[in-house]
Design a protein around this ligand. Structure first.
Ligand SMILES: [Zn+2]
Ligand SMILES: [Zn+2]
Length: 270
């Protein structure tokens, strides 16, 4: 019978631009009952040697109680913005020139390819990936904020699933900072607490996300109550974000340090 493991997805450490070391990250999440971390440090900050150390450390910090699965996040800058692609389970450093090729390479390396925090201006670049990606991040609690997902992402998944129903909705913390929100858990139903079993479960949609008592499924379905509440909250969040980001403006313009309180607030909404 499969077990249910509490996991956090989409995490950064000092191997890229995260604040915590891998060891500190483990301690932080283990304290809150998590048993598994799906890593995604930025590929662009990783050298092949660094990657070897990273993978070895993930392994060294894993045992029968806790599993750290290495992985990378690949960034592709376009004029309309940056397209980010997650390769969960990737344990070798390879980076292709085009995101479409990267999806194939992630598959060859045994990983799960998930489009991270997409947004509408990137649609032309996303289009060629629709035929091969494994998933789309529906709610990234750093990027979309902690109060509601981006409903556009749900729309995108719906569209992709019409042709390929096997494409799944993912939920990520995009953890970078010590004080960052980490109240989103992904419960993975796997045979064992090992990278291979956990990745297979992710690939097969054997998971669901849980956030403050709310259950979110990989098929991206929402109840009508959830939908209308998210619509309301998303509007409010956009305003709040504008305000906090706007408040930093004068400090930046005058090249003054941004006050700690404001920095902390911005980190909560950005
Ligand atoms: Zn990203
Ligand atoms: Zn990220």
């Amino acid at each position: 019978m499969p077990n249910r493991f509490k996991a956090a997805l989409h995490l950064h450490t000092t191997y890229s631009d995260g604040e915590l070391t891998l060891e500190e990250l483990k301690a932080r999440f283990q304290k809150e009952g998590f048993q598994c971390l799906m890593m995604s440090d930025h590929a662009e900050s990783m050298t092949p040697e660094g990657m070897e150390r990273y993978v070895a450390q993930c392994r060294a910090l894993s045992d029968d109680q806790f599993c750290i699965v290495p992985g990378l996040e690949f960034a592709y800058p376009f004029e309309s913005g940056s397209l980010h692609l997650l390769g969960y389970g990737v344990s070798r450093h390879r980076r292709e020139e085009e995101p479409v090729e990267m999806v194939n390479t992630i598959h060859q390396l045994g990983g799960v390819a998930v489009l991270a925090h997409p947004y509408p201006p990137l649609l032309p670049q996303i289009a060629p990936m629709k035929g091969t990606i494994d998933g789309i991040e529906l709610w990234n609690t750093k990027y979309n904020g902690r109060i509601a997902p981006a409903l556009w992402n749900y729309q995108l998944l719906k569209e992709v699933r019409r042709l390929r129903p096997e494409v799944l909705g993912f939920y990520g913390t995009d953890f970078h900072w010590k004080t960052q929100y980490a109240g989103l858990a992904v419960w993975i139903e796997a045979d064992a607490l090992t990278p291979a079993s956990l990745l297979a479960a992710l690939r097969n949609g054997k998971f669901y996300a849980e956030k403050e008592g709310m259950r979110l499924t990989p098929d991206g379905s929402l109840t009508s109550d959830q939908k209308s509440s998210f619509e309301r909250k998303e509007r409010f969040y956009r305003l709040w974000r504008k305000m906090v980001v706007g408040a930093r403006g004068p400090f930046k313009a005058l090249r003054l340090p941004i006050p700690q309180r404001l920095k902390a607030m911005a980190r909560k909404v950005l």
